[in-house]
Ligand binder design. Structure first.
Ligand code: OMP
Length: 289
């Protein structure tokens, strides 16, 4: 199955556009998990926390996005591997996006692609496009795996370079243009577009109606969900994977019930917005997401 097919299948089967961010911060782990028996008993209980999150959201997450820094910073890559295997068991249709923002010269980028897709078994990886085409190609070479390029990031400093004019267009627009027109032959490329910049998202959607966006910034970073949906949905009411990490996993101190409630509420709010912002489809199949 190609990456594009996997993405659309994951959204269809979950009935949602939600991506759950697996960013376990040692300082914020649920109290009841500290010291809980686990196969990684000598380490922080990241795997136990992730199992809780996955169990609570398996039927409503289109994707999971572990940010590698939360694991590598504490030497817990083995718990990341185990967490991804657990997602495969409990939510086999969900996409796994390794958020690693990798890149380098070609042969090193190839090693990074093997890290994401072979070592961790991720479906997609976030990639920094700054080094250009040869650095991005290794991540796009496998049609069944995806690369998600930083385009308009969600942070305040996004403006520093991404807004600089490049032949009359801001740099983030040039990244999107190059990606969509020249790098997406396998239809396995997505763009990171932050929910904190709905005006820029609307421009990008208008210029690139066919490209899917990974959208961080909802929840803890204060992005406006309704403005995001209005700006970013494609003509079919899809085209987005909307991530929330802290807003879901630390809800209610990280209890299973609160995690589930936060994910269900986000999925429902997104689907209400989709109904409001999607033009009627000529022959929409029942249940299509
Ligand atoms: P919360 O703010 O807790 O929902 O987390 C957002 C997640 O998305 C973190 O894992 C970030 O590393 C990631 N992210 C951004 O916040 N902004 C971006 O522009 C890009 C990403 C990303 O690539 O996922």
């Amino acid at each position: 199955m190609t990456f594009a097919e996997r993405l659309s299948r994951a959204q269809h089967l979950s009935g949602s556009l939600v991506c759950v961010g697996l960013d376990p911060d040692p300082a914020k782990l649920p109290k009841d998990l500290k010291g809980a028996p686990d196969r990684f008993a000598d380490s922080l209980p990241l795997y136990a926390f992730n199992r809780r999150i996955v169990d609570a959201t398996a039927d409503i997450a289109a994707a999971y996005k572990p940010q590698i820094a939360f694991y590598s910073a504490v030497g817990a890559e083995d718990q990341l591997v185990a967490s991804i295997r657990y997602i495969r068991e409990r939510a086999p249709a969900a996409l796994v996006i390794l958020d690693a923002k990798r890149n380098d010269i070609g042969n090193t980028a190839e090693a990074y692609a093997r890290e994401a897709f072979d070592r961790y078994g991720a479906d997609a990886v976030t990639v920094n496009p700054y080094m250009g085409e040869d650095s991005v190609r290794p991540f796009l070479a496998r049609p069944e795996h995806g690369a998600i390029l930083l385009c308009r990031t969600s942070n305040p400093g996004a403006k520093d370079f991404q807004d600089l004019s490049s032949d009359g267009l801001p740099l983030y627009r040039r990244v999107a243009e190059r990606a969509a027109q020249h790098w997406n032959q396998n239809r396995n490329l997505m763009l990171v577009v932050g929910a904190t910049y709905p005006r820029e998202m609307a421009e990008l959607r208008q210029a690139h109606p066919e490209v899917s966006f990974l959208v961080p910034g909802i929840g803890a970073q204060g992005g406006d969900l309704d403005a995001t949906l209005e700006a970013g949905l494609d003509a079919h009411g899809a085209g987005l994977l909307i991530n929330s990490s802290r807003g879901i996993i630390y809800a209610g101190g990280g209890s299973a019930a609160a995690i589930r409630a936060a994910a269900v509420e986000l999925a429902a709010a997104i689907n209400r917005g989709r109904a409001a912002h999607t033009p009627p489809q000529p022959a929409q199949a029942a249940g299509t997401v």
